[in-house]
Design a protein around this ligand. Structure first.
Ligand code: ZN
Ligand code: ZN
Length: 431
């Protein structure tokens, strides 16, 4: 039989790594809720047409990277979500959230799927956490999101990231810029990569996402978006920049930043980390004022970001910001050692009793000798070892060994919980 492995581009997250993942989730939940965002959970897959309509037919994601499938007998096409904004907006409309309260602040955490060539930190199953503020055109919300993402990374102890900012205009002003760069690039068409030559005809702004060096050099000479946006977009952009300055947020203007989705309007931004190399984004976001209407709702202003959890972890590791406590070290407060096979059932029952009293207790399941059990208790960093032997049991007692002082004493079985609780203050036995 062939060796069974996790599919290409997917990864198991093992117990030793879980602490870092949970820490990211906990920081996100507490920060997002502090800022008034409420969690929403949407399905892992959606109708393919949702992503085609929202992300855009001629984007890399829709053209090449979607995991789509058609369940037998149904004739519909479904797709594993490549991002969550489209799903959140779909849910906002489907459940009439806009009718009960037009302005909604929502957040999500979960896996996303894109069929890309896997590389470090960028699997085919990857994980994002993000926020969406739906129902307002206020530029201060773009600023709130940038500050919120910055705070998230700071809470994790990540240093050295940078914020790139741009405005990509709106459906009123974008066509003029699009025509202009199209005309400009037609003259250099032969020097562009095959993908960009195709993009030139179908969706010219997508060339700006190209990662090919020879293409990037050519695009660096193009005029800035900002010079061509309309008065409305310029006013919004000025308000965003002003509030970022007022609140001490450092950012750099990136005149050709577009992000990979067609639904963005006005503000777009990216958080990047230099430790990650060429694909350095750890967070991407922006305004999407046309998306709610595009999928069947009323005209609605909206803005949001997504943070890549895998890339954030990679940046933390590479910049050595991972703290000791994030390492998944195994700690059990109380270890119950059994003198012989004959006392094992009593040990088991005692472990259950301690856990019921919220005291973390561990015992041996691998047939270790008493000596080996004591070594194991030491290795696990147990604060207390309870030794259960036949003589003690007969007397209704156990031996309690304080691992810090090495002192031993006999304790009555029915007083063990109280005795351990008494130690809690000094040694953190209970969780
Ligand atoms: Zn505009
Ligand atoms: Zn290219």
């Amino acid at each position: 039989m062939k060796d069974l492995r996790a599919p290409r581009g997917t990864e198991d997250i093992l117990p030793e790594e879980i602490a870092a993942w949970r820490r990211m989730e906990e920081v996100a939940r507490s920060l997002f809720e502090l800022y008034g965002y409420q969690e929403i959970r949407t399905p892992i897959f959606e109708d393919t047409s949702l992503f085609v309509r929202s992300i855009g037919e001629h984007t890399d994601i829709v053209e090449k990277e979607m995991f789509s499938f058609s369940p037998a007998e149904e004739g519909s096409s479904l797709t594993l979500r490549p991002e969550a904004t489209a799903s959140v907006v779909r849910a906002y409309l489907e459940h009439g959230l806009h009718k009960s309260k037009k302005f909604q602040k929502l957040y999500y955490i979960g896996p996303m799927f894109r069929h890309e060539r896997p590389q470090a930190g960028r699997g085919r199953q990857f994980h994002q956490l993000g926020v969406e503020a739906i129902g307002s055109y206020d530029p201060l919300l773009d600023v709130e999101h940038i500050i919120l993402a910055r705070e998230f990374f700071e809470c994790l102890g990540l240093k050295g990231f940078k914020i790139k900012l741009n405005s990509i205009g709106c459906p009123k002003c974008r066509p003029a810029y699009r025509d202009l760069i199209k005309k400009d690039l037609e003259r250099e068409k032969d020097n562009l990569c095959a993908d960009c030559q195709r993009r030139l005809d179908r969706n010219v702004l997508r060339v700006l996402d190209c990662k090919e060096e020879k293409c990037k050099e050519i695009y660096a000479r193009l005029p800035a978006f900002e010079e061509y946006i309309c008065g409305d977009c310029a006013g919004h952009f000025a308000a965003v920049k002003e509030a970022l300055d007022e609140n001490g947020v450092d950012f750099t203007l990136e005149p050709h930043l577009v992000r990979g989705f067609d639904y963005y309007t006005k503000t777009v931004y990216e958080f990047v980390h230099p430790a990650l190399g060429a694909r350095d984004a750890i967070c991407g976001g922006g305004r999407y004022d046309g998306l709610v209407e595009e999928i069947g709702g009323p005209p609605t202003g909206a803005t949001g970001f997504a943070i890549g959890m895998d890339t954030t972890l990679l940046a933390l590791k590479k910049s050595k910001a991972t703290q000791e406590r994030e390492k998944g070290e195994e700690r059990r407060a109380v270890y119950i050692a059994s003198v012989s096979e004959q006392t094992k059932h009593a040990v088991f029952a005692l472990a259950l009793r301690l856990r019921k009293a919220h005291i973390q207790a561990e015992m041996d399941f691998e047939g270790r000798s008493l000596k080996a059990q004591m070594r194991q208790a030491n290795k696990q960093g147990a604060a207390v070892v309870l030794v259960v032997g036949p003589d003690e049991l007969a007397a209704g007692e156990v031996t309690l060994k304080d691992m810090a002082t090495g002192l031993e004493e006999k304790v009555a079985l029915n007083e063990v919980v109280e005795r351990l609780r008494g130690k809690q203050g000094q040694e953190k036995i209970a969780r």
